[in-house]
Design a protein around this ligand. Structure first.
Ligand code: DHE
Length: 509
């Protein structure tokens, strides 16, 4: 519902915005020192919270409260105003992307070795969403090596280069940050879009790709975040454009796989210099610097689908993308499907009810097959499906709907949260991967306990107390006993270098 610029009570919200907000959030509300204030950026924040922040400010940030300066009517008018679309729609073109880039070359003769002594493969990157910081954690001693500020509201897993030295963070506002884990410094930053979903890093460490909601685009960078190419997310005839759900790297295929939210197509963009030509009617002669790339190289290979995908992951061979379409309305039915990326079509429907969160799915060996297990955002259950037959083999009950599920090759258990459940958000359920039965729970009464990641060897499971004055809890993965607790500010996610770069079957890739 829109609000007139001169609101119902005669308040000129646009003028108030210009006077009080524009200096930090940008004339076009696209963000500057403060985050973007666009409808796309605010969908996840309740209107009451927006009003609260404008009135009283946000703790631990530079956002002041305006209770003293503005009347209640003016505060409400502002809160409503920032949810209206900016007209005309703000643009973010190649020139803007290039101009936003910041690069800090390495100091001369900077040695290529860590500044610290921990095992570089057992390092954890912890995203602390509470005060927008990153902590680097030694995964053997469970000690924080360093802590530094991140961009506002990171989302999705950080992505590592194959040697585990550099990590790329993506923010909801479109910023990509490249950080050197060994030398503890930001290498480069660029703003890929105004509202971004996630980023992917190619298996050879040469390319970074960003998926945007606004503008409708996928953007390709080199490893130092120089813009290489913008792909409009559009149908072949260019008539319809789409938000981009997500982009993932498919290392064994040497390609990026992209799902579009409003167009029923799955894209594959190969970064293999030997990529086969693409026969989909498009002329491909992309200029990459001075050389003209081969036809299939960095070209878009389209797989038509019945429905667009919101969320997907891969089997361990990366031949299949397993995708879900969330219902458009609360009572609609979600669907899930298997797309074979080689034959380039849907080969099976997945028997998953409720609202699957396939992005959090894991796979593991079960009997003489491999199964996938995925939490359900609607029902308190984990669906388990045989990946040979694509038939369900079990449903594991949990005390409430959860978001994340994790395991590791070296543990017989999978852990999942119930963070979407008001009653059971404090409970983590531990499931036996052989019997598909819950065997234990760990609890943090009255607090949200969520998101697990294992150490490199699978011996410890790290969970988040997802509160502003939260913590990271280290559990012994065999006895489920707490062995360490580190205070952290809403640690939304944690990522182990080794598990990520080896694409462990128990974690997200
Ligand atoms: Fe996420 C990953 C989509 C809301 C925290 N989330 C992802 C990924 C996708 C996705 C596609 C995989 C990207 C990647 O890792 O490269 N998330 C969505 C949504 O569509 C949804 C439901 C709505 C939205 O507004 O985007 C959504 N996500 C949330 C949250 O509200 C969470 C809980 C809090 C937050 O900080 O935004 C949240 N999402 C996360 C986290 C990951 C993630 C922590 C990475 C998990 C991992 O271990 O890899």
């Amino acid at each position: 519902m829109g609000m007139d610029i001169a609101g119902a009570q005669g308040v000129d919200a646009k003028a108030l915005y210009r006077q009080h907000c524009a200096v930090c959030h940008g004339e076009q509300r696209t963000g500057a020192m403060g985050p973007a204030l666009l409808p796309e950026s605010l969908t996840r924040i309740r209107p009451a919270e927006v009003l609260e922040v404008i009135t009283h400010g946000r703790v631990a940030t530079q956002m002041p409260g305006f209770a003293q300066q503005l009347s209640a009517t003016e505060l409400s008018a502002l809160a409503a105003f920032i949810r209206t679309p900016v007209v005309p729609t703000p643009r973010w073109g190649d020139e803007d992307i290039r101009a936003s880039r910041v690069f800090h070359p390495a100091p001369a003769a900077d040695p290529a070795k860590p500044l610290w002594t921990a095992d570089p493969m057992n390092l954890f990157v912890v995203v602390e969403g509470g005060d927008h910081h990153i902590s680097l954690l030694d995964g053997d001693k469970f000690e924080v090596i360093t802590r530094f500020p991140s961009r506002f509201a990171l989302h999705g897993g950080p992505k590592f280069t194959p040697d585990g030295r550099y990590v790329f963070f993506g923010s909801r506002d479109g910023w990509i940050t490249k950080y050197d884990l060994w030398r503890l410094r930001v290498v480069a930053e660029v703003r890929a879009g105004l509202n971004m979903r996630n980023v992917a890093v190619s298996g050879d460490g040469q390319w970074v790709m960003a998926a945007n909601y606004l503008p409708h685009s996928v953007v390709l960078f080199d490893a130092d975040l120089n813009l290489k190419k913008t792909y409009p997310a559009a149908t072949l005839d260019g008539k319809q454009t789409s938000r981009v759900s997500a982009v993932y790297d498919a290392t064994p295929r040497q390609s990026f796989v992209v799902a579009l939210k409003d167009i029923p197509e799955l894209w594959e963009i190969s970064y293999s210099p030997k990529a086969e030509p693409i026969y989909d009617g498009l002329v491909h002669d992309y200029k990459m610097g001075e050389s003209i790339a081969k036809p299939g190289f960095l070209g878009v290979r389209r797989t038509p689908l019945d429905e667009p995908l919101d969320d997907f992951f891969f089997d361990q061979s990366y031949r299949h993308a397993l995708g879900a379409t969330r219902p458009k309305t609360g009572d609609g039915a979600a669907t899930a499907q298997v797309v074979n990326l080689d034959v380039r079509r849907k080969i099976a429907d997945l028997p998953i009810a409720g609202m699957p969160h396939l992005g959090s799915g894991i796979t593991f060996a079960w009997k003489d097959s491999t199964v996938l297990a995925s939490p359900n955002l609607k029902d308190g259950a984990i669906d388990v499906i045989d990946m040979k037959t694509w038939e369900p083999v079990g449903t594991v009950p949990t005390p409430g709907p959860g978001f994340f599920m994790r395991s590791h090759e070296n543990t017989p258990y999978a852990w999942t949260d119930s963070m979407m459940s008001p009653k059971a958000r404090d409970t983590m359920t531990i499931i036996d991967k052989a019997t598909l039965k819950p065997v234990a729970t760990v609890r943090e009464p009255g607090k949200t306990l969520a998101h697990i990641e294992f150490t490199k060897d699978g011996r410890y499971a790290l969970a988040s107390v997802w509160e502003m004055d939260g913590a990271l809890i280290v559990y012994d993965a065999a006895t489920f006993k707490e062995v360490r607790r580190l205070p952290m500010s809403k640690p939304v996610g944690k990522y182990n270098v080794w598990n990520k770069i080896t694409r462990s079957e128990g974690t997200s890739h």
